[in-house]
Design a protein around this ligand. Sequence first.
Ligand code: CMC
Length: 419
Amino acid sequence: MPESITITDNRTGESVEVPIVDKGVDAKAWSTLLPGIWFNDPSFGSTAGAESDITELDGGAGILRYRGYPIEQVATSLSFLEVTYLLLFNKLPTKEEVDSFALEIAEQAPIHENFHKRILEGFRDDAHAMGVLISSIAALSTFFPESKDIDNPEIRRLQMVRLIAKMPTLAASAYRKNVGAPYVQPDPDLDYTGNFLTMMFCHPDGSYDIDPVLRDALDLLFVLHADHEQNCSTTTARAVGSAHADPYVTIASAASALYGPRHGGANEAVLRMLEEIGSYDQVDDFIASVKSGEGRLMGFGHRVYKSYDPRAVIVKETAHRVFEITGKNPLLDIALKLEEVALADSYFIDRNLYPNVDFYSGLIYQSMGFPVEMFTVLFAIGRTPGWLAHWDEMLQQNSRIARPRQIYTGPAERDLPTR
Ligand code: CMC
């Protein structure tokens, strides 16, 4: 059986044979036969926007692998920095390599004093942390103008290290601005996630006791969010990067896409939904309202997963470990009942709607003391290695600028009325 498809234009009888390579068909062959007739696929649901060797996702089978390693193994064995190294440099680091990478990260983690004094201070005190983070990442572009030299692999590497290193510092600063606490710079003697927790929650004298269980749980959540192939924000990073924009504005654009409630903003939306439902007894009414089209069950559904999101399984297990330390989040019972009712209901069964990564993560973040406005910020810290790995891969592939076609549906040419 030939690994190809034949397309015939029935208007002319002309045919073209298109080879199937790696489960894909080359759109160029189509456009040779049918110039000016475009695929009508606005949300790219049937279009492969990239060739990538970073993450493999099979949504039907519930499979997620980073560089071939199953997420279940990665989650139990690797730290966030090891996963970052794996995603960025396509190599599992040795102990020496990850130690030296951690040192590089620690060196790049502080942010310029002017950033606190002049940029952060310009925001309203109640500014949403995600808006502040996105602007902060973009502002870094002005601190590192050499980052525009995207053809130089060493310069690209340095910016990737800087972004991974500075995200927690920017995130903690956005939070401290909100709560009126003095800004803190990172402590190079602390590990990545312990340092972030300390910058977030330390007292004015800098003291903070890191709970190892909570730190490890947060590190694991970063690992679970680290990459997810061509999601909306990563596709944004690849598209913006394809215009040869510098990495800071590219990652700020990706973070902007993440902010939306259909994407990374869903973790905040889930918490607000659970609070609005308010009690266990209201769950059935809420599900009925979703089914009648009054809103969505946030934290459920996924474009690609048509079975249980493997990340959600691990997040749910992690929630129980965290609640042993923090006490049970009172919203957990509502979430568990929502899941139980939805998974037994034909509306959700017929549409393959299962909990996704955002369904339980917010409960953990809240129990750790993060305000809801920080939830998507935490997702952004976790996703930064993925965005950067795809940006770097796209540049190495020498890809053309992202520039889709459109199907024009407006008026035909017409003359302006005479006035
Ligand atoms: N609650 C109720 N109905 C839903 C939901 C939901 N969460 N998600 C999809 N549906 C229904 C939708 O109404 C449609 O029904 P019908 O065929 O009768 O019109 C059907 O399921 C297919 O939905 P869709 O909108 O075509 O699906 P999509 O692949 O375009 O959207 C999604 C995927 C994630 C945006 C969507 O499922 C959603 O809005 N979920 C809630 C938000 C959320 O949790 N987002 C986080 C995604 S995972 C983390 C990440 O990637 O950031």
